[in-house]
Design a protein around this ligand. Sequence first.
Ligand SMILES: Cc1cc2nc3c(=O)[nH]c(=O)nc-3n(C[C@H](O)[C@H](O)[C@H](O)COP(=O)(O)OP(=O)(O)OC[C@H]3O[C@@H](n4cnc5c(N)ncnc54)[C@H](O)[C@@H]3O)c2cc1C
Length: 498
Amino acid sequence: MDRRSFLQSTAFTAFAATATTPWRYLSAAELNDAEVPATLSAMRGTGEHVTISSGELKDLAKALRGRLLLPQSEGYEKARHIQNPAIDKHPAMIVQVTGVVDIQTAVAFAREHHLLVAVKCGGHSFSGQSTCDGGMMIDLSGIPGVRVDPAAKTAWVSGGTLLGLIDREAMAHELVTTMGTVSHTGVGGLVTGGGVGRLSRRFGMAIDNLLSVDMVTPDGKAVHASATENADLFWAVRGGGGNFGIVTAFEFQLHHMQREALGGPILFGPEKSADVIKMFAEYSVNAPVELDLSLGYRREGTTIVVCYTGDMKDADKALAPIRKLGPTSDKVAATTYVDIQRSGDMKATSADPRMTMGQYMKARFIERITPDLAKAVADAVAKRNLTVNFAGGCGMRGVKATDTAFTHRYARHNMLCGTGWKLSEDGAGPMKNVRDFWNEMEPYLGGGGFYFNDAPTDAIMDNSNYRENYPRLVQLKNKYDPGNLFRLNANILPTVKG
Ligand SMILES: Cc1cc2nc3c(=O)[nH]c(=O)nc-3n(C[C@H](O)[C@H](O)[C@H](O)COP(=O)(O)OP(=O)(O)OC[C@H]3O[C@@H](n4cnc5c(N)ncnc54)[C@H](O)[C@@H]3O)c2cc1C
């Protein structure tokens, strides 16, 4: 492939120039001879091997403004890591993009060579979909950016942004939109998968606040999608994950909200667990929408984590049903919403040598925490060292299941159970502990689907999870990605030959 064919011209208008946070431009670097093997053995999406010549690699590097990292390149080792260190893969090449044209260049090269493609934003995919062995990783982490329009109450967010930047930039204008609960999670995976967080009960899911997207589709075109333009693609990207291309920019609706908030954990001893889960089942759904509650259930006791964003004069009333159960500790305190959003952050993120714990998680959407489910959780947890979490409190509802590709609108809660283990030890035992727990829960879970953003590798390919939306998603996959270039996600299988 010659150099010119990478440089397709498009009608893209970068908003980077007006972003409130400057993008970190990586200097265009040509590969030096020591980095480039005579040929590179890479992996196709189909699993076959493909050989790429040094000339093709050098042409690709020259066509990029960002960097092409090969296994011998400085920076490769850091860039290849994702948040879950138990998933330890080695892409044949990593393209660190600086903008839309770099993304188009990478996509064109990958399509030409039928490469396996992984797209990394925040790298938080539990199932490791943002990395691969032998393929191309397209690394968006060098293009964070947020531009807030306070008058229109909207924000443009670059496809490589971490959530904390969105919260911070929007809140500078006393504006917010729903994002996840850990500030170093990526907007790319979170929003294309749905996106739930502390404001879901108040403002809906992240996708319910999405006004439009700019995308690079598998054919390498830069397109805009909204309710009125490429509406089918806009429908698909709101819950269809990375199946339809790479979102280069998200446009969100923002909402006015004060900076001040109340947040913190309320802890209860084990003798109160049955009362706490009963209260939580009702109150997390019926409380004022400004109150978000999540529950952590362990055999040692329960923790309710509070985020209250309403009028402070009503806060005591809102928290009274929780406090009246007699907690052993109450650490709810006045702070800011942005600080609450950072309160669950980890000390170390991807590629940090302190990331020494493997992670495994299972999740299920629950329509109701029934008394039978509550008892089953209590019985199962009594004999195991694990934490069961419930989040959500209705934040997925209020939109028809077929209005977006995300279909689980029946759900009131997301029930999660995860585990961690030292990488120097065998993770089989802790993972089995979670799976055994989950098998015991099955009869009580009520037939809901799961949030593929929280699913482990062994579950993510279960397409029945798209429920009634699957036939339409297949049609759109056939239209936009018949060759299944973007397959490292909760993959929708095309039924035509690409
Ligand atoms: C610590 C932690 C906390 C979490 N908290 C929440 C939460 O509060 N709420 C919630 O809803 N979820 C939460 N999640 C789940 C989270 O939504 C998923 O892990 C999500 O995939 C993370 O997005 P990412 O960009 O960081 O992931 P990545 O691993 O970078 O990507 C995940 C998937 O998204 C695709 N993708 C990434 N960027 C783009 C893009 N720009 N365009 C198209 N596709 C793209 C990738 O190809 C891949 O398939 C959490 C996860 C972790 C690890």
